[in-house]
Design a binder for this molecule. Structure first.
Ligand code: NAD
Length: 534
């Protein structure tokens, strides 16, 4: 009982439990309540000044007592989420070997081909419902971190539980290790993975295929979230398995949903109409093209032809404006957005000739929204929407302070990583954080609650609309296009209910429709309170 983090209550085991479970004498005599344990834990947490120390503290707590860990997350989400997830999780991944304490999750390597079922059989829980899996190739904006990427599945599953109440017992983080092309890791004495070049091509594809087949056999009700795969594999895997297994890719679909929600919130602020917008993206990767795809889907729902909606999405990537006939081969995911237009080389020129209403940074390249570009956006639009979504904070295309200052406070700004509140000419601005955590926990909870057969793009559209609807007048008053993170469980419950509704509409649900969907969803949410064992 003391060694199992799901069951352990530490000093909160009652007098009766101590007798019936044979714990008498193994704990200090005084029995504490969970509220008292929280006081001790939060004081110890706050005593640490370095975010990475806070991360280590929390992961030790999670390894000891999950209920207390999640109670802390529930009570202090705005303090905890930036530690267990972005931005601190990025640092934790970079130093994953050095801070490694105890195993969590499953590692499957390219050398395990033919043995994946056997390995899954080593996991103690036979009823896994939620897997987050990465191959570590594109961790946040930090690049190829190989097996160090394990921090991401662990962190994301922590968010599933804390933000949407998916029971920790159902969660399984997995890293698929096919090597890393990050040479520094090959020479890192602490590196925990295979110190070899990445295996690609058919051998890689066969491993993923075996993985999916084995997972489905072991856990028929499981939802697989593909996480932080590189550009060359992420789209292929998503498209290959999207309809075959209950699965989605958060970097593509979750990001799209949260960004679209921000756009819809922004339009509530500046009074614009969805069908009048023209978006210019800096960066044409998973995030950018994912957002564009969902924007097109939203425009189609609002009555525009898909082809016309695509003409409203423009991309500048590392080679310049994405247009037809540009020299060199365009990656497949960019083709739908290669416009019939003269090539221009820079973002500044693209803003000048295209006059976009919305500018979105998903390039992973900091400081690329210069004063010239941002001021030009504000000259073209009374209230331009400018989102600098690249993570972590150091990669943001422009800071909140810069964008508000350069536009005289007229821009509607959101970022990927959090920025502090800013005051300009006596007015308070609270920059929204376009964090995927607003979306994926709720979508996942909804899909699990009704045992959906599939996670569809439409669900991400519905999630975006639900989230945008939850932005309050008090948020808009400080020009924030997302609700505060403190409301995250409420947001997840509403999104989950909307997803379940959609599953029943589309005939994807595999359990009967409950009389009250939202109440049913809420009743399934894990609450971090101790069960009485004796
Ligand atoms: P990706 O590797 O798939 O795509 C990056 C794209 O940026 C590529 O098209 C590349 O050509 C382009 N690029 C790189 N440098 C550039 C430059 N100097 N100028 C123009 N284009 C450039 O990565 P991704 O998954 O699309 O993620 C991109 C960024 O978005 C990352 O920093 C990531 O942290 C961030 N992101 C944020 C959120 C969020 O805020 N919710 C979600 C997902 C991703």
């Amino acid at each position: 009982m003391l060694a199992n983090p799901i069951l352990n209550k530490g000093t909160a085991f009652t007098e009766r439990e101590r007798d019936t479970l044979g714990l008498r004498g193994l704990l200090p005599p005084r029995v504490f309540t969970i509220e008292e344990q929280v006081l001790r834990a939060i004081a110890n947490f706050r005593r640490k000044t370095d975010p990475l120390d806070k991360y280590i503290f929390l992961s030790n707590l999670q390894g000891r007592n999950e209920t207390l860990f999640y109670r802390l997350l529930e009570e202090f989400p705005e303090e905890m989420i930036p530690i267990i997830y972005t931005p601190t999780v990025g640092q934790a991944c970079l130093e994953f070997g050095a801070i490694y304490r105890r195993p969590r999750g499953i590692y499957i390597t390219i050398k395990d081909k033919g043995r994946i079922s056997e390995i899954l059989g080593h996991w103690p829980n036979p009823d896994v419902r939620m897997i987050v899996v990465t191959d570590g190739e594109r961790i946040l904006g930090l690049g190829d971190l190989g097996a160090y990427g394990m921090g991401i599945p662990i962190g994301k599953l922590g968010l599933y539980t804390s933000c949407a109440g998916v029971h920790p017992y159902y969660c399984l983080p997995i890293t698929i290790d096919v090597g890393t092309n990050n040479k520094k890791l090959h020479d890192d004495p602490m590196y925990i993975g295979l110190a070899q070049e990445r295996v690609r091509g058919p051998e890689y594809d066969e491993l993923i295929e075996e993985f999916v087949t084995a997972v489905q056999k072991a856990y028929p009700k499981v939802l697989i979230q593909w996480e932080d795969f590189g550009n060359t594999t992420a789209f292929n895997i998503l498209h290959k398995y999207q309809k075959r297994v209950l699965s989605f890719n958060d970097d593509i679909q979750g990001t799209a949903s949260v960004a679209l929600a921000g756009i819809l919130g922004g339009l509530r602020l500046n009074g614009g109409k969805l069908l009048d917008q023209k978006i210019l993206f800096l960066g044409a990767g998973e995030a950018g093209t994912g957002i564009a795809d969902l924007f097109v889907e939203a425009s189609v729902q609002a009555g525009m032809a898909a082809e016309d909606a695509r003409k409203r999405c423009w991309f500048v990537d590392s080679q310049g404006l994405v247009v037809k006939g540009r020299p060199g081969k365009l990656a497949e995911h960019k083709l739908p957005y290669a416009q019939d237009h003269a090539f221009v080389a820079t973002l500044a020129e693209a803003v000048e000739v295209l006059k976009p209403t919305i500018l979105i940074g998903v390039s992973g390249t900091p400081k690329t929204f210069t004063k010239e570009i941002v001021s030009r956006m504000a000259a073209i639009n009374p209230q331009p929407i400018i989102f600098a979504l690249s993570n972590p904070t150091s990669k943001a295309e422009a800071t909140a302070e810069e964008v508000y200052t350069w536009t005289d406070g007229r821009a509607i700004y959101a970022s990927g990583s959090p920025f502090p509140t800013f005051v300009l000419n006596g007015k308070t601005y609270v920059p929204g954080q376009g964090n995927n955590v607003y979306i994926f926990p709720g979508v996942g909870l909804g899909a699990l609650a009704c045992e959906s057969r599939e996670v569809t793009n439409k669900m991400f559209l519905i999630a975006a609309q639900t989230l945008a609807g939850l932005v309050g007048e008090d948020d808009l008053a400080v020009r924030r296009v997302y609700p505060p993170l403190s409301k995250i469980r409420e947001v997840s419950a509403k999104i989950a209910a909307a997803v379940v509704e959609e599953c029943h509409r589309e005939g994807l649900a595999q359990i009967p429709r409950p009389a009250d969907i939202e109440a049913d969803v809420r009743s399934r949410m894990f609450k971090p309170t101790y069960e009485e064992f004796a």
